[in-house]
Design a protein around this ligand. Structure first.
Ligand code: BGC
Length: 800
């Protein structure tokens, strides 16, 4: 039964087909007097509404908006209310700008710390990521703006992101890579979701009926619309058939004409098209009915929310009796980030910040005795001995150095993965020299993800602010001077060295297939089970006070713990509940996060806290039965301050179903000895033959080959194009700023030319370009020119 049958009956086939793809880069198609248009905008940590020339990479200017901390930062707060409040502000700014849909939050699982976009994602853990996303969605949608969590699903590397095929076993897929989205959809009630660019086990996410209909709608009760990632529409008809409602950006007349032809030749049932239109109309009508353009924004309030969010997300990683600082200590401020902050990532999430702070300007508002500033290092990574000399001189005259350091812009971005987990060498050199002075060095980090710290012993204290948004500078000063007691806990593991990361040398996968060989052992699930030491474990974060855990009571519906603040200052602690099943007959990590609560306590105050169990606490995905199940067994329940600091432990017997002894998993997997896992063992776990790159056929490029594959092209000119792009990319890298446009093109499949040129190129033209690339230059060129004129004519057809 269609909800909007009365409207749909008045629409022609052409009009219905036109609704399935965008009108422009950001707007959906409107139909006069019947269907209004919706405006969609990035992004997860601040509105990016473009009014002038549009692009989807954050290059062209967008309207000024509050820049909140990025998702990775906010997740360190473990504070759902706070994330909700940020979401609410985002929703308000969208509403005031006549934007109906915010493209976010981003909640992909951080499979590997080198994924260039980890700054935009919440966590390596699906429970934490899902809870944060749900809170953000509830906030965004509170006033009628629509949230579109992304990128659904198993999209954990940037290299070849539009064409890579995530080969992931079903348990890991359900228990990690979709549980995050399940929580976001069920608890956040998102009215939209963005499908990811990649394929999952051979099928594009956007054409995956099992994902978009069976799991998303039937199992989770999703009742919104599915939008493609920008240019992520591979086969438009297959997308619509399998549950995708909207291909973005606009494809000129090409998208609608493909749908019309498919209906006319029986490939797509008109009733299916009607269903997709109906699902989309429901949200278009809801969201446009509640818009109010005259709403004004309280920018000061939003700036305060951004500050509060940044402050509550700061993680204290180390403190050898240095922090907080007092008004008498003589302080040197060193580091370029103190004058020009690194506060947000790069790519589609870039915000044109309304009111950007920097540390130097904020200092006078705090009781800190700062005697001077030195830049210390060059942003472009080049060594500058004069700057180091000047910084050391200044340090020598002071008791404390506040060193503002971290990753510069070219270290992490959408569109490229990181090549190293290290901080720039010139900053490490500077720290080494500063550590030789008598001054105590407090390192204040800005980076959107985990970094290696071989220098950890040279710092007396380390505060990590992540990418803290426009008010990050003052937020950090609140912590430094002790106005606020840090309460952030890491959303991800910090390995001692990248060599400890499972399958690290294979990331990002260079070929077509991205093998998710870690299976269930992502992040702390691996380090914990393999008993591998880390630099900072998942959930870790210090405080200026200390907490005592007492009286764990495991009840049938949850746990109770009594927490006492045993120090002299008020503070907040995140109690983390982990569950394990050491007697399990299944492949399982030692323990997994299943609940948490942030608790505020005055000195000497105690509170008894209840953390409930829910449907996710004991479940696993039964692949044979194709459903969730609970193994009858005894489960260990842990309460702790981070995953390696378990303070209390008890157990509970849970009745479910009996599980047969497993035979399909190798000992290496069972013991989490991932460095010994072979591709055959992964294949056994995966349950069927895994696809492999056809190395012999590399020179014959097809629609799904990416521009980077031009390296293997038969046509020498095409290979030349590859080398030009490659050297331009390297040049950008050297300059200290990645070229996002080029990065996008580099990882872009050929078919995307027909999806992102607003009708200028169509699919036959892509095929003729490929003919040229594959060594038939003149034949391809002739056909391309002929098709170009045909396509131009086709674009003039009137459809709506
Ligand atoms: C990104 C999305 C973003 C979209 C629109 C894509 O390249 O992957 O996260 O929402 O562009 O800017």
């Amino acid at each position: 039964m269609l909800k909007h049958g009365a409207v749909i009956n008045q629409l022609t086939l052409e009009q219905k087909a036109s609704l399935m793809s965008g009108k422009t880069t950001w707007e959906t198609q409107d139909i006069e007097e019947l269907v209004p248009s919706m405006f969609l905008s990035d992004g997860p940590h601040g509105l990016r509404k473009q009014l002038g020339e549009s692009d989807h990479l954050g290059l062209n200017e967008s309207v000024p908006a509050t820049c909140f901390p990025t998702a990775a930062t906010l997740a360190n707060s473990w504070d759902e209310e706070l994330v909700h409040e940020v979401g609410e502000c985002l929703g308000e700014e969208a509403k005031a700008n006549d934007v109906q849909v915010i493209l976010g939050p981003g909640l992909n699982i951080k499979k590997n710390p080198k994924c260039g976009r980890n700054f935009e994602y919440y966590s390596e853990d699906p429970y934490l990521a899902g809870k944060m996303a749900a809170a953000s969605i509830r906030g965004i949608q509170k006033n009628g703006t629509i949230a579109s969590p992304k990128h659904f699903a198993a999209n954990s590397q940037e290299y070849r992101r539009m064409a890579s095929d995530s080969i992931v076993d079903e348990r890991a897929f359900r228990e990690l890579y979709t549980t995050n989205f399940e929580i976001a959809i069920r608890e956040g009630k998102a009215k939209s979701i963005m499908s990811s660019y990649n394929l999952i086990n051979g099928v594009y996410a956007n054409e995956n009926g099992s994902l978009l209909r069976k799991i998303l709608r039937d199992e989770w009760g999703f009742d919104g619309f599915v939008v493609t990632d920008w240019g992520g529409d591979n086969d438009h008809v297959a997308g619509v058939k399998n549950g995708s409602n909207l291909a973005m950006p606009g494809q000129g007349k090409n998208g609608p004409l493909e749908i019309i032809a498919a209906v006319n030749n029986g490939q797509l049932a008109e009733s299916t098209l009607d269903e997709r239109v109906d699902e989309l109309l429901e949200i278009i009508f809801q969201s446009t009915a509640t818009q109010n353009k005259n709403e004004t924004i309280d920018w000061d309030k939003h700036h305060q929310v951004a500050k509060e969010a940044a402050k509550r997300s700061v993680v204290l990683l180390k403190n050898e009796n240095v922090l907080p600082l007092n008004a008498q200590q003589k302080i040197a401020v060193i580091g370029d980030f103190a004058q020009e902050p690194r506060y947000q990532g790069a790519g589609s999430s870039v915000v044109n910040s309304k009111k950007l702070e920097n540390t130097l300007d904020c200092l006078s508002d705090y009781p800190l005795n700062v005697t001077g500033f030195a830049q210390g290092y060059q942003r472009d990574g080049k060594m500058n001995q004069d700057m180091v000399g000047e910084a050391v001189n200044l340090a020598q005259k002071n008791e404390i150095v506040l060193l503002y350091a971290g990753l510069t812009e070219n270290f992490e971005s959408e569109g490229m993965d990181r090549t190293t987990l290290s901080m720039p060498d010139n900053q490490q050199q500077l720290l080494k020299e500063l550590a030789k002075t008598k001054a105590k060095v407090v390192v204040i980090l800005a980076a959107g993800a985990a970094i290696e710290m071989p220098w950890v012993n040279q710092a007396d204290a380390i505060l990590h602010g992540y990418l803290s948004g426009e008010a990050g500078a003052s937020a950090m000063l609140e912590v430094i001077c002790g106005n606020y007691n840090p309460s952030g806990k890491l959303n991800e593991t910090y390995p001692e060295s990248y060599t400890d990361v499972p399958f690290g040398e294979e990331f990002p996968e260079q070929g077509k297939y991205a093998y998710y060989k870690e299976s269930l052992f992502v992040g702390y699930r691996y380090y914990d089970t393999a008993e591998k030491k880390t630099l900072f474990p998942f959930g870790y974060g210090l405080s200026y006070t200390s907490f005592n855990y007492q009286d764990l009571q495991v009840q049938s519906d949850g746990i109770k713990v009594t927490l006492t603040n045993t120090g002299d200052v008020s503070g907040e602690e995140v109690i983390q509940m982990y569950v394990g099943c050491s007697q399990s007959k299944l492949l399982r990590p030692k323990k997994e996060l299943k609940g948490f609560k942030k608790v505020q306590l005055e000195p000497k105050e105690s509170k008894t806290v209840f953390i409930p169990f829910d449907d996710k606490t004991f479940r696993y995905y039964d692949v044979k039965q194709q459903k969730w199940a609970i193994e009858s067994n005894t489960y260990e329940v842990f309460a702790g301050s981070h995953c390696q600091d378990i303070r209390l432990k008890d157990s509970i017997v849970v009745n479910g179903t009996n599980v047969d002894e497993i035979s399909e998993v190798s000992e290496h997997y069972l013991n989490a000895e991932l460095s010994s896992v072979t591709i055959q063992e992964f294949e056994q776990l995966y349950g069927k033959e895994i696809p492999k790159d056809d190395k012999k056929n590399m020179t014959e490029l097809n629609r799904t080959a990416v521009i980077a594959d031009l390296k293997h092209a038969k046509n020498p000119c095409a290979r030349g194009v590859y080398h030009i792009i490659n050297s331009l990319l390297k040049r950008g890298q050297k300059k200290g700023k990645p070229d996002l446009n080029l990065l996008f093109i580099y990882n872009m499949p050929f078919r995307t030319m027909a999806k992102m040129t607003n009708g200028l190129v169509n699919m036959p033209m892509v095929d003729y370009i490929l003919l040229m690339v594959n060594g038939h230059f003149f034949r391809g060129c002739y056909r391309l020119i002929k098709e170009y004129f045909k396509n131009q004519k086709r674009q003039k057809v009137k459809l709506v």
